[in-house]
Design a protein. Structure first.
Length: 157
C-alpha cells in the first residue's frame, strides 16, 4: 500500500492534540525570551484569518498575539502559526477553484511588515489584484510587494 499525501483540507482538520501551551524552548529563548508559547490548532489560525472583514488586514504577528492572549501564553508559536496560515490559504484556494462562496480571505493576512506573502496561492499578482479590488494600494519595492499604509487598515485586537 502506497503513501498518500494528505490534502490541504485534511491538514487543516488535523489538530494533532493542539492547541498546546508549553515553555518557550531553549533554542528559541534567545530571540523570544522566557515564558510560554502556544502551539495553535490549524483550525484556530484559519478561524482568525476567516474573521478579517473586507477592507481590513491582519499580520501574522497579530494572529500570534491573538492566539497568545486566548491561551494565556507569552507568545504564539511563529513557526506553526506561519505553517497553519499557509495551509489555510491553500484550503481557501481549493475552495475558490471549486466555486465555493465562503472561504478564508488569506490575501488579507500579511507578513509583519505589510508585505504580501509570495508563498500564498496565486503569488503576489493574484493577491495584489484581490487587495486592490478591496481598496488597498499595493506598492512594489524591489521584487517584493507591500500594502501601502497597511497599519491604517489593521483589525484591532
Amino acid at each position: 500500500m502506497g503513501y498518500r499525501r494528505k490534502s490541504w483540507r485534511e491538514k487543516l482538520a488535523d489538530s494533532k492534540g493542539l492547541p498546546r501551551v508549553e515553555p518557550i524552548p531553549e533554542k528559541m529563548s534567545g530571540r523570544w525570551g522566557a515564558g510560554t508559547l502556544v502551539i495553535p490548532a490549524p483550525s484556530e489560525v484559519d478561524g482568525i484569518m476567516k474573521g478579517v472583514p473586507r477592507g481590513k488586514l491582519i499580520t501574522v504577528n497579530q494572529v500570534r498575539s491573538i492566539l497568545a492572549r486566548r491561551h494565556g501564553a507569552t507568545i504564539g508559536c511563529p513557526i506553526t502559526t506561519g505553517i497553519f496560515a499557509m495551509i489555510s490559504a491553500h484550503v481557501a484556494r481549493e475552495d475558490l477553484e471549486a466555486g465555493k462562496a465562503s472561504l478564508t480571505p488569506y490575501w488579507r493576512t500579511l507578513k509583519s511588515d505589510g508585505e504580501i506573502n509570495p508563498k500564498y496561492p496565486g503569488g503576489y499578482e493574484d493577491q495584489k489584484a484581490r487587495l486592490e479590488s478591496e481598496g488597498h494600494k499595493v506598492i512594489r519595492k524591489g521584487k517584493r510587494y507591500f500594502v501601502e499604509d497597511y497599519e491604517k487598515h489593521l483589525i484591532s485586537g
